[in-house]
Design a protein around this ligand. Structure first.
Ligand SMILES: Cc1cc2nc3c(=O)[nH]c(=O)nc-3n(C[C@H](O)[C@H](O)[C@H](O)COP(=O)(O)OP(=O)(O)OC[C@H]3O[C@@H](n4cnc5c(N)ncnc54)[C@H](O)[C@@H]3O)c2cc1C
Length: 260
């Protein structure tokens, strides 16, 4: 069985995240990490491998040079090899462009199962998995909280507030998993050392047969016209000492904000 995990490199949530002059996220000057929600996809692949006879896990990322860190972390967790698509022309791609590059890179792997996170922790659009499935002509079982592979049949449980669904399909399929699906493992010292020797293939748009006019800021369907920094958070109203009128003042405040 061959599993491909799509993992994104995102600005570290604890870093001072900023935008570049062209209104795209500064992914080079800011520390970045493997998107936390993609750790659940990698963990799911590792657990499926533990239950399979013969299973290979490839992680694929589309991103600038530093994005290699997302692959390295996945290899340290236990994935077998990586594919890094890096090309200046990809810069500023929207979800449509990103899904095109990903599809061409994933297609080459002839995978039985494509795994994605439920969303990235920066763009957070939750659309790339569906776009990828469409481009690859695969059934998509998204937002899975439980995944079971039995031969060529895969069953995914999807929970929402009102109900749970069990969706079944035949491999090859694309699945995205939520942060309820598992508990991602921390790389062991052995895993960290082994990752250094694991192969990472670097590909360009030309390698994938994609014309640079199909991706990047110019090809994006959405354009960021203007950006303004979010106003600093105000201190808010602090009720220091409750002289017995605290509850009344709270109700007045909630009413003034039309919360009640
Ligand atoms: C703040 C912000 C706002 C944005 N607004 C828009 C917008 O309005 N419209 C638009 O089209 N684009 C927008 N983008 C760009 C968009 O985020 C990127 O194109 C991105 O690569 C795909 O969208 P996403 O990160 O939201 O992924 P999602 O749609 O949330 O997909 C998540 C999953 O797809 C896979 N995946 C996503 N990107 C990659 C990657 N580069 N490499 C490998 N796997 C990946 C991962 O498995 C991930 O878990 C925005 C980006 C940012 C940071």
């Amino acid at each position: 069985m061959k599993i491909v995990c799509c993992v994104k490199y995102v600005p570290d949530a604890t870093a001072d995240r900023k935008f570049a002059a062209d209104h795209t996220v500064d992914r080079v000057g800011v520390d970045g990490v493997l998107s936390e929600l993609d750790e659940y996809a990698v963990e799911e692949a590792l657990q499926i491998r533990e239950g399979a006879d013969d299973c290979e896990i490839i992680v694929v990322t589309v991103g600038p040079e530093p994005a290699r860190a997302a692959i390295l972390k996945s290899l340290q967790m236990g994935a077998d090899a990586g594919v890094h698509v890096v090309d200046e022309a990809i810069h500023g791609s929207d979800a449509v462009g990103t899904s095109l590059v990903l599809a061409k890179a994933v297609e080459r792997q002839q995978a039985d199962l494509v795994l994605c996170g439920m969303a990235s922790t920066d763009g957070s659009m939750s659309v790339v998995p569906a776009m990828l499935a469409e481009r690859l002509g695969l059934a998509q079982l998204t937002f899975g909280t439980e995944v079971a592979v039995d031969g060529t049949t895969v069953r995914v449980r999807r929970d929402d507030d009102a109900a749970s669904e069990i969706i079944e399909a035949t491999l090859p399929v694309l699945i995205s998993v939520t942060d309820q699906a598992n508990e991602p493992r921390y790389p062991s010292f052995k895993g960290i050392m082994a990752a250094k020797k694991k192969p990472v293939q670097t590909l360009t748009l030309a390698d994938l047969g994609i014309d640079s006019s199909e991706v990047g800021t110019e090809a994006a369907w959405t354009k960021v016209e203007e950006m303004r920094a979010r106003p600093p958070r105000s201190a808010g109203t602090i009720v220091a000492a409750d002289d017995g009128a605290g509850a009344e003042r709270l109700v007045e405040f909630l009413a003034s904000q039309k919360f009640i």
